[in-house]
Design a protein around this ligand. Structure first.
Ligand code: CA
Length: 592
């Protein structure tokens, strides 16, 4: 087929309108609001800004998923591969994906052919903590947006890939980077920042989507001043209320996983990572656990007014955090079986929390991994009841003053659950949580802040808790905390989960299998070997009456870099970089 004929054929597809918004190129706030319900496109990270990752599509279901076959695959190319954690965006006949080393691709969603590719020119000396990954793009108006490893946010023309604007979030030389998908709300591009292992200061920023100019900025560590329309706004928290001396100035709390948005309460929710440094004794103003050493708002979830950047509420999962239990994991808005509006989040620290949607108040918290050692439970406000002897020892108490007492803590610092997103099913009312059963030896050391250097004051080695599995996908009833079923996996799970109205739960494994499970029993109904480990995030959509499913394959992420004994256990896994798209052929949709 010559180029002219191809152009005509492409034009025909467009005029036939294979899905309802095929001709409406510009993405509006209304489109973002309706993203979950509109099954012809996927416009937001999380498949809706509530981050439920639930599709109302049921063309593909428990009876026919066995007929799911590849439609096309797309190679990211390049000499360098590494972890591929993107969630694709699908709009107007085009799929947008991001790749390792801050790359973005536009792909013809029918054929898998590349339309354009953008490679960020990264400077020498970037400081990504946990692999050179990227978790996806955002789309709004006629532009697509993504964050880069040198802590910038780039807006590209969605049609051509040409740069419209390119703005600095923070100084990469101080350890800042960015890897999360941006969140678009009311014409603002909202981002966090990464770099919690370098003593950066976590913040949330909102920019004008047209110009890239900052509208507001909200640091998430107490004592720092916010910004609104170019002027100082309000201080975050109360200076030195929960931080000793000047430690808040390099207090961490990286907001590195992005956020969710609830239109009903008009609230953004972002999580803040570990306080810096990891050695908790250096920022402990209240050694009697009286709240004065809580280090707000690190290791917390924070509700923010999207118009002004003011903090509406906060919920701290791990006060005086000392195990690298970042509080960043996604906060999903949902309605429970009784019709009550809730947030839910599964924390690195091993507890699954349910919060009131209106004010972030604690409703319930239950363990979702087996061997939590650092706390015996949660009190009526959701504050952990610490096992004080499971806090890594103070180096000042050691004979040489250099290495505090080594303890074995579970979960490991990579968490009962890490970044990989869980899903909620409106069909079953359950959450599907990708978790890991592992622990660590951890100890504290002295440390002083130095710009651009790791700021930990800790050493560690991750170990499996069980011989036969680390990964554990769990179906959790958020009303009771009951674990309905568990799917065990040899390697640690590091990919996202998706649910559908067809009764399916999709996820992938580091061993390379893309799997569909029965949402009620956990039985594996379909599996496909993608050729490399899956650490990406699945999506589904429909066009021309057929349901499609996509997942990126490409092993990497934090486990091979930080996983200690676990990294050695999985060092046989091959890298890759392929975006797979599957479909259920029309004639198979009715066949069981
Ligand atoms: Ca961290």
């Amino acid at each position: 087929m010559n180029r002219f004929v191809l152009a005509v054929a492409t034009g025909l597809v467009a005029t036939m309108g294979w899905h309802s918004d095929a001709l409406a190129a510009d993405v509006t706030e209304e489109d973002l609001k309706n993203d979950q319900a509109n099954t012809g496109s996927v416009l937001t990270n999380g498949m809706g800004r509530h981050l439920q990752r639930y599709s109302p599509l049921e063309t593909l279901n428990k009876g026919n998923v066995k007929h799911l076959v590849p439609a096309w695959a797309f190679s990211l190319g390049g000499e360098k591969q590494r972890g591929q954690e993107t969630q694709p965006i699908v709009h107007d006949g085009v799929m947008y994906i991001t790749g390792s080393y801050s790359r973005m691709y536009a792909i013809d969603v029918m054929t898998g052919e590349e339309l354009w590719q953008y490679d960020a020119r990264l400077p020498e000396g970037i400081l990504p903590c946990c692999d050179v990954i990227n978790r996806g793009a955002a789309i709004y108006g006629d532009k697509v947006y993504f964050g880069t490893l040198d802590a910038r946010i780039v807006a590209l023309d969605a049609k051509t890939g040409d740069v419209v604007w390119n703005k600095k979030i923070e100084d990469y030389k101080a350890g800042y980077s960015y890897t999360a998908a941006p969140l678009i709300v009311n014409g603002l591009v909202v981002t966090g920042n990464s770099g919690g292992e370098f003593g950066i200061v976590g913040a949330v920023e909102a920019r004008d989507a047209e110009t890239g100019e900052v509208v507001w900025k909200r640091p998430v560590i107490e004592g720092h001043m916010g910004e609104l329309n170019g002027e100082p706004s309000t201080m975050t928290g109360t200076l030195n209320a929960t931080w000793p001396g000047d430690m808040w100035k390099t207090g961490g709390g990286a907001t590195w996983l992005g956020g969710s948005y609830d239109v009903e309460t008009d609230t953004l929710v972002f999580g803040a990572g570990n306080p810096a440094p990891w050695n908790s004794w250096l920022r402990d103003a209240g050694q009697n656990n009286d709240g004065t050493g809580d280090n707000l708002y690190a290791a917390s979830r924070i509700g923010i007014d999207p118009a002004t950047g003011e903090i509406k509420w906060h919920f701290q999962t791990t006060p005086r955090e000392g195990w690298d239990y970042d509080g960043v994991n996604e906060v999903v808005a949902y309605t429970n079986r009784a019709g009550e509006k809730r947030w839910a989040t599964a924390d690195r620290n091993g507890f699954f929390y349910v919060l009131n949607r209106e004010d972030g108040a604690f409703v319930r918290g239950v363990p979702f991994v087996k061997d939590i050692s650092w706390a015996s439970g949660l009190d009526e406000n959701g504050r952990p009841i610490y096992n004080e002897d499971n806090r890594p020892g103070n180096p000042a108490d050691a004979a040489d003053g250099k290495k505090g007492e080594v303890i074995f803590a579970s979960p490991s610092f990579l968490g009962g659950k890490n970044w990989m997103p869980m899903a909620f099913s409106q069909r079953t009312g359950n959450f599907y949580v990708p978790s890991n059963e592992w622990g660590m030896d951890i100890w504290n050391e002295p440390i002083t802040y130095k710009k651009g250097a790791a700021y930990l004051g800790a050493g560690f080695t991750i170990k499996p808790n069980y011989e036969d599995h680390i990964g554990s996908l769990k179906a959790i009833d958020p009303d009771t905390g009951e674990i309905k079923w568990e799917y065990k996996n040899d390697a640690p799970l590091w990919g996202g989960v998706m649910t559908t109205a067809g009764g399916l739960v999709f996820t992938g494994t580091p061993e390379g299998n893309f799997i569909a499970l029965d949402d009620e029993t956990g039985e594996v109904l379909w599996s496909f070997q993608t050729g490399s480990g899956i650490v990406g995030q699945p999506i589904t959509w429909e066009m021309e009456g057929e349901q499609y499913v996509s997942i990126i394959s490409g092993w990497g992420g934090a486990v091979p870099l930080w996983g200690g004994e676990v990294a050695k256990k999985v060092n046989y896994l091959n890298q890759g970089g392929l975006l797979w798209t599957f479909k259920l052929p029309e004639q198979m949709a009715s066949a069981n």
